[in-house]
Each structure stands twice: as C-alpha cells, then as structure tokens.
Write a protein that binds this ligand. Sequence first.
Ligand code: GDP
Ligand code: IMO
Ligand code: MG
Length: 434
Amino acid sequence: MDSNNVTVIGLQWGDEGKGKVVDAIARTSRYVARYCGGANAGHTVVVDGETFALHLIPCGILHENVLNILGNGVAFDPAVFVEELAALHCRGVRAEAENLRVSTTANVVMPWHKLQDRLSETSLGNSRIGTTARGIGPCYSDKANRSTAVRAGDLVQAETLGEKIDRIVGIRNKTFAALYGAEPMDPAAIFDEYAAYGETIAPMLGNTGQILRDGIAAGQRVLFEGGQGSMLDIDHGTFPFVTSSSVTACGVPAGTGIPPSQVGTIIGLIKAYTTRVGAGPFPTEQDNEIGDSLRERGREYGTTTGRPRRCGWFDAFATRYAADISGVNELALSLLDVLSGLDELYICTGYKCDGKTLGAFDPAVMDAVQCEYDTASGWSEDISNCRTFDDLPDAAKAYVDRIETLLERPVGLISVGPDRLQTIVHHTQVEDLK
Ligand code: GDP
Ligand code: IMO
Ligand code: MG
C-alpha cells in the first residue's frame, strides 16, 4: 500500500460503530474528512465515560492536532452544523476555522429539503423509505438537478443567495401546495436565517480538496470517515431503501477531491450481529425475542432519530459483498460484547431463492430469499474488560476466526465496549495501531 491514508466504512446498514474506530485512528491522523451523507449520520464516541454524538462534524474534532473537513460530497446542513458547533463549545471542545473546514462546493440542505423529505415520506404511507427526515434525498436530487442547488459558498454571497432562495422557494411553494396542500414558505425569513449561518461559517469555507491534496503531498495522513453503511449505498445497496449518496470507499475520491489511489487502507466496520433502521429487506432479521434481546443488550436505538433499530444475526454473505465492492483490506469487528450470554449464534453464509442456492449476492432479490445459516457456540463470560485476543473465551475467538474465513479478510480491531479503551488490537495492518 503506497498510501498512508485510512478509510473507515460501514459494511452493513449503518451504525456499525464507525465513530469509535474513527476516533481511535484520528489520534495519528492530520485530517479527518467526511465525504458522503450529512446529518442523517449519528456517530458516537465515548471518552472517559463522556458521550459525544456527532452528526455532521467529523469525529476527529475531539483530537487536538486534527484538521476536520466536510468534503464536497457532504449534504451540508448549516442549521445542524451551528447547533453542533455550539454544543461542542459548551463542552469545551475547540471547533473553529483552525481545526474545521467546509467545502465551498458542498451542497446545502435547505428548509424545503427537510419539508419535502417529511411530506414525501408521509404521502408514501406503507411504501415509505423510513428516512431520517434530514432532507438528504431532496438535497442530493437538487445537486443532480443543478439549477435548483444551493452550495455552501452561496451562503456568503448575499446577492446569489437571495436570488436562489426567491427563485427556488417560488417553485417549491407551488409544487408543495399542489402535491401536498402545504403552507407556503417565506423566502425573506429563510434568507435572514441562512445569511446569518453564512456569517458564522465564512471563516471555515474553503477549497478542501486542495487542502487534502497538499496534505497528502506533504506525507500527512488523511482519515476518511464513512457515513451510513454499504447496504445503504445509492448504487450498490438495497435500492430504493437506501440513502442518496455513495457511501462505499468508491465515494471517497468523488466526495473529497483526492485521487482514487489515495483512499489508503480500507477498514470495513462490521457489527457482530446486524441492525437496520428504516424500511427495506433484512434477511437475517429476528423480529422476535432474539431481536428484542439484541436491541436491549446493544442499546440499539438510533443516534439520530431515537428509533428502535431492527436486529438480526450476522450476515456474512451480504458483508462479503460489501467488502468486495470497496476492496476492503481489513475488518473491524464491533459490539462483540453484546453477544455474551447467548447460547448459540447464527451466521448467514448464503441465500436460497426459489429453492436454489444463490451463486452470487444480488441486493435486488433480498426481499425474496431465505438464509442458510452456520451455527456457532456462544459464550457466557462478560468480555468488556478483555484487552487482548487471548483474553477472549474460546467461543468468541472461534466466532472472530469464522468471520475472517468467511469474508477472507483479517479482523484488524475488535471492539468490546463503547469506550476508547475497550478495543482489542488483532490483525491490523495500520502501523500506528499495532
Ligand atoms: P456509527 O454510526 O457507525 O458511528 O455508530 P453509532 O454511534 O450510531 O452506533 C454505535 C453504538 O454502539 C454507539 O452507541 C456506540 O457508543 C456503541 N458502541 C460502539 N462500539 C461498541 C462496542 O464494541 N460495544 C458496545 N456495547 N457498544 C459499542
Ligand atoms: P450512520 O452514519 C443508520 C438510513 C435511514 C433510512 C435510509 C434513508 O450513523 O451509520 P436518509 O435520511 O439517508 O434519506 O434515509 O438510510 N440511514 C441510516 N441508518 N445509520 C445511518 O448513518 C444512516 N443514515 C441513513 O434510516 O433507512
Ligand atoms: Mg450511527
């Protein structure tokens, strides 16, 4: 690997514990950059018993020497951003232009995007996607539409911002009234609010692609912080029950402005079981007491919306597919402690469709498949205090080994609790983590 950089992505449906692993690697990184999604993400970092839940601001913000970047691929919500800034300041965390930058070309989540997200979901009834209502889909739609997009740089150009808001609100007021009978939005009030955000954000706006390319040229490490999970990817996930951006490692170059050769070591995060929030297929789901028990043990309630997460067994067939799409170099296995106390564990190794075993994974047919399972022995011991692989009970070691075999990749790190310290360094190739 000729790049010193690291990319951390989720291989399931999000919430794999990316925040914790990003925090661990940020210690030895100069930059931490988000490249996809927006405030639909909720990344948790626990430091000395203190919990930080970050939505837009990269998890590197908790480290002194890190310059945090919101890349051009992020759906930038200035309202959430300034709220998050204020919350960090209240807790004594530095977050200012010196350690936090926003791409001038990131697309802005405007109030009409959030309104459209809610109205559209309500009107879909039982066919709803179950979005986070953060306006993500409508914001990326406008990015693709171009003429109705607002970019972060526009927030500091009063004339452009005013013109865009007047024009777009004019269009949206008509369509929302016709489609949903919605009340009109007031362009003047929106202008005042967003121009004020522009003033706060102005010193942080910049050409973040250039900053990253310069840093890489100077030999500094960039850590790319994935959002969501690969099965939620707009192209490779369980469409249409996905998010609206490229969340795999393939999204990193486009979402930040670095060359593909610079994504570096790709770490694929996997939870020791599976969770999903929102609608869509989930073959290993346990909509029963096993799922309920995983939810309670793992405190599986959304970091962003508080919704209970759907829970099920680990799906090696789906995660193998996700790892292959991104060319994952190593895995990080999280929440292994949550499985303590279960007598028997199930790992999905393949799917059957119409009575036939599927040769290759296909997200389009996930609705109609039955899982083929391997069983594994559980363990009763609390493993949250284990700090080396040897400390783990034999059955937990065997579970990790089985995942390495099925996904044909080493497990670099094992997480046995939410705290920074509850981490076992296993087969990682990332030098400073060894
Ligand atoms: P992310 O979106 O991938 O960053 O994950 P979230 O923060 O949304 O959800 C992961 C949750 O699991 C958070 O509450 C973390 O504090 C917690 N967590 C992370 N790693 C572990 C672990 O190894 N064990 C346990 N019990 N909790 C963990
Ligand atoms: P992190 O980064 C879990 C899901 C939503 C919904 C679908 C589309 O914390 O892992 P959207 O609001 O993006 O249009 O919703 O995607 N979703 C997530 N699920 N973790 C996330 O982020 C998610 N971001 C979006 O629940 O099913
Ligand atoms: Mg999350």
